[in-house]
Design a protein around this ligand. Sequence first.
Ligand code: SAM
Ligand code: SF4
Length: 335
Amino acid sequence: MKTEKPILQDLHGRDHAYLRISLIERCNLRCTYCMPEEGVKLSPKNHLMTYKEIYTIAKTFVDNGVTKIRLTGGEPLIRKDIPTILEKLSTLPVELSITSNAVIIDKFIDVLKANHVNKINVSLDSLDAAKFKHITRRHEFKKVYNNILLLVKEGFTVKVNAVLMKGFNDNEIIDFINFTKDLPISVRFIEFMPFDGNKWDMSKMVSYAEVMEYVNASFLKENIERLQDAPNDTSKNYKIEGYKGSFAIISSVTNPFCDSCNRLRLTANGQLKNCLFSSTESDLLTTLRKGKSIEPVIQKAVQAKFKVRGGMDTLKKLQEPKLHNNNRSMITIGG
Ligand code: SAM
Ligand code: SF4
């Protein structure tokens, strides 16, 4: 039941109806842009939310207006109690979805269906097995590729996320778009973003404008259709005439979508992040474990949300390592 006080509204008038919950800090891949080569310092197990705590915290958000929950990680499917988590969360009146690298998703088709998880985002940064190995430091291309086909066959709504890196996979933009010719998927090109330890620099990033240069050079103008973006959508959506699927660009760096942001993030160790780029966190788990209400902590965190990108409102600020190095690595935020 929604309460009267809009604790999920920030001081810029944005209501937050979308919660992304990271279930785990570990992963079965090692994507270079997501986790540092030396790995990340993992939280002790007893600092991670149990499935009961995840449910209790999620329910508090739902009671206050959250209508969408996306599970992420690390790799959410390697958490042992994922079936229980899905079962518990599916009792809440929310749209439940998941972001996965899909390496083992074939083992979860029935569990996902039973718990009404219909929307799956899958990360795949290259259609070339050798390049996939280079970026993920693991040989799992075939499994991921086949599992994307399986998900489509099983009737899931699939979005494929590809982080573009200059000189690495920007020459695959058109191959990815052609991947949508016979498959009803959406391929989303993500601008490479800076997080702790991922050696980001602006010159490695492929921008929205550059993606469109490739597209305009390869397809006739009249065949490139700009689609209507959904409210609060983070992506600019397009389709090639006659193709079953579509493609999109997520331009958090060159064209942030902060004005319509409705997202909050909960890390696997129970910290609320009011923005992907935020360098501060609010400890919901400790508050919950002390038996206190987490609502005042949530409200304070939401009200502290910056208008743009955790306060990095210019590209110049985004390029200052000291600003984004105070943030976590993406693997422990949850994308
Ligand atoms: N393991 C799952 C996966 O890979 O889909 C879920 C977690 S992953 C952190 C969530 C998303 O964050 C992925 O789509 C990944 O590509 C994206 N991501 C990670 N690091 C990124 C970065 N530096 N810039 C842009 N997107 C990034
Ligand atoms: Fe793992 Fe996803 Fe990060 Fe890759 S992007 S290391 S699959 S959490």
